[in-house]
Design a protein around this ligand. Sequence first.
Ligand SMILES: [Zn+2]
Length: 329
Amino acid sequence: MKFSLKRFISSVLAVSFTVGTAGLLCSCRRGFGADAEGKVKVVATIFPMYDFAQKIGGDKVAVKMLIPAGTEPHEWEPSTNDMLMLEEADLFVYNGAGMEPWAEDVLGSVKNKDLVALEASKDVTLLKTAEVHDMEDVHDHEEEHDEEEHEHHHHGEYDPHVWLSPKNAEAEMEAIAEALIAIDEANADIYRKNLEDAKKQCEDLDSAFREALKPYEGGHIVVAHEAYGYLCREYGLKQIGIEGVSADQEPDAARMREIIDKVNEYGIKCIFFEELVDPKVAQTIADEAGCKTQALSPLDGLSKEDIDSGRDYFSVMQDNLKALVAAFE
Ligand SMILES: [Zn+2]
């Protein structure tokens, strides 16, 4: 690394600032710091992409999460400042399937010609939004996720929450491993080893879900938004969403009534809320129907506290499983 006078001056200035001010300057810039030197620079959109990239890349990658912690991601859009990160990056990992409807526009305007873009869900069999709705009228209309469809993932056409099935999480990590190996062949063995470890954990998680939820097959869950289509499909559950796939519309009085009627009809004992969606509607339904409430995380986003305390895909999913079982008991 060649000596940079500018960098030298700015580090002298930085130490003369208070810690708080320096921290503020860093978060404004949102770039890759000196720590990223010699590593593959990855920009990941939502928490699962950030977590998966970190698991596969280990200490060979520097990963930045584009959507800030604690932000509900469905309606989020990048600012010009966010785009600067992509100019420096080697790899952009997005979930796809309509989770980041702005991704194609952003990629079109990035000047960084070496940037590799990966749609992590590319090998997953997607569920159409219409199939996810209530999961009670589900027919076998699974769509193959082929190249032609790639260009047409409109916001809300598919259920983007593929990672909520451990098998899909595995497929996404596999896609990330392939991309990292293509960019940084020298460390291919490390990425392959990390993928093997992650796959084993996904398989264990899948077995734990399958076993623990088996007695409740066909059971209904009431959730804050319709994020659990893939989880329900995998383990034989049915979801009733207070809000839709994109968590962008609170239910009207008629929909509230409909949910409460279903809660009574199916003898549902628990209403799930989630951290990034206002729990007041879930609470109202629970009060009306006389049930308890409990948190269930779609992993759309995690709070900064959760990320800082080391919470990851696997620990949150284990908690989700406990919450699901508790709801049926
Ligand atoms: Zn969501």
